[in-house]
Design a protein around this ligand. Structure first.
Ligand SMILES: [Zn+2]
Ligand SMILES: [Zn+2]
Length: 304
């Protein structure tokens, strides 16, 4: 296994076109993770903040580990420095919000911002299972879900969340399909609700998580997204227990999940990210080829 140093430069942006989505970013375990969807004005995590992130208005944070969160406020301040007036919005797990506010405040004071000039950025406290429209993109909504990543004590985990981005539209109810414009206008006049809300799951990000999240029946909806982005920190034989100990996913757990959900899933593309920095790209690609069953190999994209 040869180390590939060019893999490890967090400012060397990786770009993949996946289904309807462009994903621009970087993700190597422990170094940095940020995943931008430029067309959707959305970014997941901000472990590094390249200039290309500045125009993005909505940022979701999966958890507080530095390699995912470190540049959240750099994003905020770079925007102001470059004259972007629209306030960016940060979507953060509700239980991380008080700590995030303290951290943001301390960082500003450390940088010499006078107390009277300090202002918190706009933060939306995310609750699992609630669909929240993106502030500047009413055609898009996000829904966060609880994941299990870093265990503290026997039962507890540090707060961590995955997120699904939905296309949100209103569609004509089935019973009115085929009605002409006059009939539709008449129904509207009578105050009849003729549309229903539809949420199409475009892409799901798991964030850092234990591999058993992938087979958790409570999270089965992740397999309905057109694209699933999931971490795959460990890929080698014999590293399964290390993956568990460190709160990460081993490729064998993805294979197991594919056995269960593969035959029925809606998911067309699976993006694997957050590989351990000890692997070279050749090693990652070779292992995927070897371990992912042939039926699913075309769906897999390594985010390297
Ligand atoms: Zn990480
Ligand atoms: Zn983490």
């Amino acid at each position: 296994m040869q180390e590939n140093r060019s893999l490890h430069n967090a400012l060397r942006q990786v770009r993949h076109h996946v289904g309807k989505v462009n994903i621009h970013g970087f993700s190597v375990s422990g170094l940095a993770t940020y995943l931008q969807l430029p067309e959707y004005d959305f970014c997941v995590d901000m472990g590094e903040c390249p200039v290309s992130a500045i125009g993005i208005n909505h940022v979701f944070l999966t958890h507080a580990h530095g390699d995912h969160s470190r540049c959240l406020m750099r994003h905020h301040s770079l925007r102001r420095m470059m004259g972007v007036e629209k306030p960016s919005v940060y979507y953060i797990s509700e239980d991380l919000v008080p700590g995030a506010e303290k951290w943001i405040h301390s960082e500003a004071i450390f940088e010499g911002v006078p107390e009277q000039r300090f202002k918190l950025p706009e933060i939306v406290a995310m609750k699992a299972g609630e669909k929240v429209p993106l502030k500047y993109r009413k055609d898009l909504s996000i829904e966060a879900f609880r994941t299990r990543h870093t265990q503290v004590g026997r039962q507890n985990f540090l707060p961590s969340m995955g997120v699904t981005l939905y296309n949100h539209k209103n569609k004509l109810k089935d019973e009115f399909l085929g009605y002409d414009t006059t009939q539709i206008i008449e129904l509207r006049k009578q105050g009849i609700e003729i549309t229903r809300e539809v949420f199409d799951p475009l892409i799901t990000f798991m964030g850092d998580c234990l591999g058993d999240n992938l087979t958790d029946p409570d999270l089965a909806a992740i397999w309905n997204s057109e694209v699933l982005v999931t971490e795959c920190t460990f890929v080698d034989d014999g590293e399964e227990s290390m993956a568990d100990k460190k709160g990460h996913t081993h490729i064998a757990q993805l294979v197991k999940a594919l056995e269960i959900y593969g035959p029925t899933m809606q998911c067309k593309h699976i993006v694997l990210n957050h590989f351990s920095m000890k692997y070279s790209s050749d090693h990652i690609l070779g292992t995927i080829l070897k371990k992912i069953p042939e039926a699913y190999r075309d769906k897999i994209i390594a985010f390297i």
